[in-house]
Design a protein around this ligand. Structure first.
Ligand code: ADP
Ligand code: ADP
Length: 226
């Protein structure tokens, strides 16, 4: 079963004169270990698609399955529960907690999920190593470079073993060289963890390094080449 599967997803906003059709019958499948880049102009519906995949919004039609589980009939609590246990999100800005060290920032979501401290810290360290920022484990965000901060945010998103990783412009505020480094680290992580990833980006150089590129056209998710 694919980790993420959208079938016939429909999402519009408003009605009458104010009707905005964003997705009409969108299909998208992302397999374990696959990194899909989403490239589309502003206003095309990238955030809407990410919100739907992350179970923050519900479609008005169609089905979204995460690790084979149908979500169309879930109530709010079950939906939130499934999101917390299966989805990791990387923001454009890192949103790390300034008073906590890198290690603590990555351990925290695990502690909140009920993991014990030793295991949470071991997992945090494993992720920091995988992303090449282990030597920064004891530093607070303000002491780190933008690229280091973002790699720690990626480690945090992966902390609870999400099966789906979503990111909206994860390298949007980094210089080109740092963006490359961070993107490659994200890619390694996705392959290593066997997560399914959907990454919205305007950076064509990075998008080309994904396994596949898609865009939004006429309310559909369609293959794209750059
Ligand atoms: P993108 O992320 O690609 O810029 P969005 O998903 O944010 O696109 O938006 C797609 C379209 O849906 C836009 O025309 C936007 O104005 C509209 N839209 C998004 N959210 C809402 C909302 N909550 N209410 C009304 N229109 C919305
Ligand atoms: P930024 O400044 O990077 O946009 P925000 O704090 O404003 O950071 O980002 C919050 C947004 O992150 C939400 O509106 C939503 O777009 C996105 N987001 C957070 N968690 C998820 C999730 N599980 N699935 C999809 N989108 C998410």
């Amino acid at each position: 079963k694919p980790h993420l599967k959208l079938s016939g997803v429909h999402r519009h906003y408003g009605e009458g004169d104010m009707l905005v059709r964003v997705l009409e019958a969108a299909d998208l499948t992302v397999e374990s270990g696959e990194l899909v880049a989403l490239v589309a102009p502003s206003g095309a519906g990238k955030s809407t698609l990410l919100h739907l995949c992350g179970l923050l919004e519900s479609p008005q039609g169609g089905e979204i399955e995460i690790i084979g589980q149908s979500t169309s009939r879930l109530g709010d609590r079950a939906r939130t529960q499934l999101r917390r246990s299966t989805v990791g999100y990387v923001y454009q800005f890192h949103h790390l907690l300034p008073e906590f060290t890198a290690l603590e920032n990555v351990a925290l979501p695990q502690l909140i999920a009920g993991q014990d401290q030793n295991k949470a810290e071991a997992r945090a360290m494993e992720l920091l190593e995988l992303l090449g920022v282990a030597p920064r484990a004891a530093h607070r965000p303000a002491e780190l470079s933008g690229g280091e901060q973002q790699r720690i945010a990626i480690a945090r998103a992966a902390a609870n073993h999400p099966r789906v990783i979503l990111a909206d412009e994860p390298t949007g505020n980094l210089d080109p060289e740092t963006s490359d480094l961070v993107f490659e680290a994200l890619k390694d992580l996705i392959k290593n963890e066997g997560a399914a990833a959907l990454i919205a980006t305007h950076n064509h150089d990075l998008a080309r390094r994904a396994d596949r590129i898609v865009t939004l056209k006429g309310g559909l998710v369609v293959p794209h080449t750059l």
